[in-house]
Design a protein around this ligand. Sequence first.
Ligand SMILES: [Fe+2]
Length: 312
Amino acid sequence: MVPPISVVADRLLAPSASRRRAAARDLADLSAPWRTKRQLARLGAVKRYPHESFRFAVLGDAEPGRFWVWRKLFNQPGVFETQVRRAQSEACDFTVQLGDMVSRGTEENYLAFFEALSSWEVSTPYLSVIGNHDRRFPHGTTDSQTYRSCFGPVNYAFDRGGWRFVSLDTSAHRVTASQLRWLDRVLDTPQRTAVFTHIPPAVLREWTDYGGARGVGGFKEGALELTDLLSRRGVARVYLGHIHAFGVQDYKGVRYVLSGGGGSPLFPCGVKDVFHHYLVVEAGPDGIRETVRCADGRSLSIPQARIVLSRA
Ligand SMILES: [Fe+2]
């Protein structure tokens, strides 16, 4: 007797489905220690008071390039690992990665990422922002299910010292009305505030204009509303990735720091300062200031005075 077609299909698909289930179990086990909730619990175990200063590290894009040609032409393997390891020696309370950890948000890519991260002797709490590449596909309508299953919520906030830090999801190239309402509530605090997000709002045109096209490097939906909200709430800093470069812009009273040089390929872009780096940030009762640690060993401090950048 010939088995029904559905049974044949199930048999053909069984190994693949089995492998997927096994990969999902492995990923759940491997990612569990890195969940944001657990990392924040580790961070909270050592208190900081409002009169204290403390440090944290900011690391930008890490994904190695989605297509082999880009990887071949522009990628330098090992830069992200080197910078993650180097940041461990900076006496930082925590590290924030600004998104695009993997080229595509598949189980296989996250498994490889967590296997690597677990072998790098990361001693400080590791927090992240979701980037567009961390979703199932980096562009268009696509889900963020695997990222959320590994890390948890994509919009979250936490307090440390006299500061409130916010991680905001711009990975779908937008900020929604409900996100803006949530952000407005979270930023309604007497504490100083800083925001981490992946994609720059398109209105930061020094970074988002490219090849004569306005704002293509940033997101447009909700961009004006977001920047107006950040100004109205007097946010001290916004840290951004997505563009593999470094930059500083003061826009409507808020300082935006672009730090997309975590280790991803250094593609040509409309920004002049293209190099691998991470930030060491000192936050305290007197404000916030950053030192840029370049991958070539140089360091530079970001001036506190208003900054006007030139284009590439
Ligand atoms: Fe990105």
